[in-house]
Design a protein. Structure first.
Length: 461
């Protein structure tokens, strides 16, 4: 019996080192998912179903390993009640064991020796099956993966984040809804409303949304097309009430404005051109402007997406001019020998936030003094007149700063012609001064405000 005890101890230790640390979190997810399907409405009887759910998991073949956990542990498949012919067979086995105990012990020892040699082969086969399954899953994922795309009027489910933050909420439903996309705010953010038309207070990120399967629902903002006239030889065309007749969903692999290039050098599409004409500029358009600016002053361009990364921006020279992201808003900064210039179309109503201050300190660390402060000069500028022109004004400011015309930043621009001028500049790949409003050109000049920026915030000097 010493060999059997030694086998049991070494086998259990190897099992825990092999499986538990790798799959415990995945098993917890499977356990919670299964329990959520069998518990009552109050969710307070999960312990009653725990044994049966665990038994089902241990004896079921896993799709990736092609083995059940029971087989990986004991080297043989489980013998379930249907596998037993009758109760007498089991009873006979017990009687035989009592009559010849020595033969029984020898059989168990022989079985233990066989298992110690057989189980490594079973586990090796399971590992090979896992690698094959992972390769297949990666190919399928890469083939189908596309950025989430939703239109106004789409019905969606929203991931229930309260499951992750509330104690005891793991058995709640994964998704809530359905909801309807009421507005596309940009940068993967959407405003939702209920199917009855009531607005949802909090906005939703695209990663938390998934489309509701087609169920014949007619969206309030997507009117179904008129049925074609019936023909004696042709049946009426089937109407999909989830798709607008004017615009196809981008997930249907059809040619749309988002797939047709406008300026290939900057990866801008016709859809981006429409944004330049009438919307709030996105990261792609601002990055294109920053590339043109960097080419003009011979510096390395940096994408605005670095503001959301852990590494942040790389330090740059004093001659750098960069448009930065400031919480659904665009601002312009430029370096000089003595200070950093800051231009914002919403100043003085828009303060310098810690988010923007962190980006400025990353770009110009050479200006941080021994006290950890960075001096910033806020340049007065022509203010924007609506909520979506900040990117266009930031491009206009940056153009003047690159040309060294700091005082011209405050001279009023011709707002009605700014977007058309920016479109022409992106098309040509070169930024020129934006049109001015000559009637307001000689207005009152405002003073430059100097502030000190540190890790705690902004201090006016």
């Amino acid at each position: 019996m010493g060999l059997l005890t030694e086998f049991r101890q070494s086998f259990v230790q190897s099992y825990y080192s092999y499986v538990v640390h790798c799959t415990s979190e995945r098993f917890n997810q499977t356990l919670v998912t299964t329990l959520s399907k069998v518990i009552n409405d109050q969710g307070n009887d999960w312990d009653v179903h725990l044994d049966s759910v665990a038994f089902a998991y241990r004896t079921k073949q896993q799709s990736s390993t092609k083995k059940s956990p029971f087989e990986l542990l004991y080297g043989v498949g489980p013998r379930l009640p249907p596998d037993l012919q009758n109760a007498e067979d089991g009873k006979a086995e017990v009687e035989d064991e009592d009559e010849d105990e020595e033969a029984f012990v020898n059989a168990v020892v022989a079985r233990a020796e066989a298992v110690t040699k057989f189980i490594p082969a079973v586990r090796s086969e399971a590992l090979e099956n896992i690698e094959k399954a992972q390769g297949k899953q990666k190919r399928q994922y890469d083939l189908k993966r596309r950025p989430p795309c939703f239109d106004v009027g789409d019905r969606v489910y929203r991931y229930n984040r309260r499951r992750d933050t509330r104690k005891g909420g793991k058995l709640n439903n994964r998704y809530t809804g359905p909801f309807v996309i009421a507005e596309v705010l940009g940068k993967g953010v959407f405003r939702l409303e209920t199917t009855s038309g009531s607005p949802v207070k909090t906005t939703a990120n695209s990663r938390d949304l998934k489309l509701v399967p087609s169920d014949g629902y007619a969206s309030p903002t997507k009117s179904p097309p008129t049925s074609p006239t019936k023909s004696p030889t042709k049946s009426p065309e089937r109407i999909d009430l989830t798709v607008s007749p004017k615009r196809k969903r981008c997930r249907r692999r059809l040619v749309s404005d988002s797939n047709v290039m406008w300026v290939a050098d900057f990866n801008l599409t016709r859809e981006d051109r429409e944004v330049v004409r009438r919307g709030q500029l996105n990261d792609k358009i601002i990055d294109a402007v920053n590339k043109i600016l960097s080419a003009k002053i011979a510096t390395e361009p940096q994408t605005t997406l670095l503001s959301q990364s852990a590494s942040g921006f790389a330090p740059c020279s004093d001659e750098t001019v960069q448009i930065l992201h400031g919480n659904s808003h665009w601002i312009t900064v430029a370096g000089t020998r003595d200070t950093v210039l800051y231009v914002d179309s919403l100043r003085p109503h828009q303060p310098i936030t810690r988010y923007v201050a962190r980006q400025i300190r990353q770009l110009f660390p050479q200006h941080i003094d021994e006290n950890g402060k960075l001096i910033v000069s806020i340049i007065p500028s022509t203010p924007q007149t609506n909520a979506v022109d900040c990117g266009v004004f930031a491009a206009a400011y940056a153009t003047e700063l690159v040309a060294g015309n700091v005082e011209d930043v405050q001279a009023p621009f011709d707002i009605s012609a700014m977007r058309g001028h920016l479109e022409h500049c992106l098309d040509a790949g070169e930024l020129t001064s934006f049109p001015r409003d000559e009637r307001r050109r000689h207005g009152r000049r405002r003073k430059v405000i100097t502030v000190a920026v540190d890790e705690d915030g902004v201090e006016v000097l």
